[in-house]
Design a protein around this ligand. Structure first.
Ligand SMILES: CC(C)(COP(=O)(O)OP(=O)(O)OC[C@H]1O[C@@H](n2cnc3c(N)ncnc32)[C@H](O)[C@@H]1OP(=O)(O)O)[C@@H](O)C(=O)NCCC(=O)NCCS
Length: 279
């Protein structure tokens, strides 16, 4: 797939989602108007039934019924998307920004069950504008999963809110660019800070807390640690959903490619890099 196809696929899916968000006020107005027009047409129909105007009135009446009935599923969709757009502040549809202050802490082994719940939730919601359901399901496990090596290396962070983990992400001094440790057969070799690029790995934010600065706070913690570990360069294999976060940290796109997955599916990703200033 070319870069242009990538971009148009991404824009298409974003456009589809934005189109689905019809303001509830408009839906209610359509419902009231169609109900009122329907009643007027019913009276006219009764009055002009024996005349030639009957067919026209019947068609208009049917149209009003359709509008009235259709307003109910439209309302349900709109409220659902509204939750994602505004109250849930989901980056999926309307990237509104609510900056807050977060303090990432290092992840522990006993955080793993919570991370295993957070990752699919984040993927299925926040990646939905970019990937098909099949792609997301195929990637959960092989591509998106907990890598215990990062937790053991003390290079993985979580952010908590009211005792619940609402975001995670980290960096790595090991070779793997993505994926959990479960299916890995070989030892994940350590990198050389002089020669190799550190990795930024596995960022997942709870959809209810998207665009609130959690990703930014974890990225800042990772970059501080990467500089302390004396790496000169950082590399990321980013999802299309993650690309804007890394671009905001001045990572540049090196390559766009697809990760092959089970069932003949593939996941479009972006390899990004950044040179670090060591002080
Ligand atoms: C990518 C992800 C981790 C971002 O986390 P986040 O907490 O929502 O990001 P932040 O609120 O810290 O955003 C920081 C900056 O990134 C950019 N950004 C993040 N999400 C964006 C979006 N949907 N659209 C545009 N810019 C976005 C903005 O520049 C933002 O700064 P601003 O809010 O000051 O404008 C989150 O969307 C996510 O979990 N996605 C699903 C999982 C995934 O694909 N992870 C990436 C794996 S490589």
């Amino acid at each position: 797939m070319t870069r242009e196809q990538f971009i148009s696929q991404k824009k298409d899916s974003e456009r589809r989602i934005v189109r689905r968000v019809v303001p509830v006020g408009i839906i209610y107005s359509v419902r009231v108007a169609s109900a009122f027009a329907g009643m007027v047409l019913a009276v006219l129909l009764w009055r002009f039934f024996p005349t030639g105007a009957r067919t026209t009135i019947l068609i208009e009446f049917g149209f009003c019924v359709l509008l009235f009935v259709g307003s109910f599923p439209a309302e349900r969709d709109s409220i659902f998307n509204d939750l994602h757009c505004s109250r849930w502040n989901c980056a999926m549809t309307a990237p509104t920004r609510i900056p807050m202050s977060w303090t990432p802490r290092l992840a522990r082994e006993d955080d793993i069950p919570a991370l295993e719940e957070l990752i699919p939730l984040s993927v299925r919601t926040l990646q939905a504008p970019y990937y098909s359901q099949g792609q997301m399901e195929a990637a959960l496990g092989p591509v998106f999963a907990v890598d215990r090596n990062l937790i053991r290396d003390a290079t993985y962070f979580v952010v908590e809110h009211d005792g619940q983990i609402v975001g995670c992400g980290g960096w790595s001094k090991r070779r793997s660019l993505y994926g959990g440790d479960q299916g890995r057969v070989e030892q994940d070799a350590e990198l050389d800070p002089e020669r190799d690029a550190a990795r930024v790995r596995a960022f997942f934010v709870h959809p209810a807390w998207a665009r609130c600065g959690i990703g930014r706070s974890i990225m800042a913690a990772c970059e501080r640690a990467i500089v302390e570990a004396r790496f000169h360069r950082v590399e990321i294999v980013a999802t299309l959903a993650g690309e804007p976060l890394y671009a905001a940290f001045a990572y540049t796109v090196v390559e766009r490619y697809e990760i092959a997955m089970a069932g003949g599916l593939s996941l479009p990703v972006v390899r990004m890099t950044k040179r670090m200033e060591l002080v």
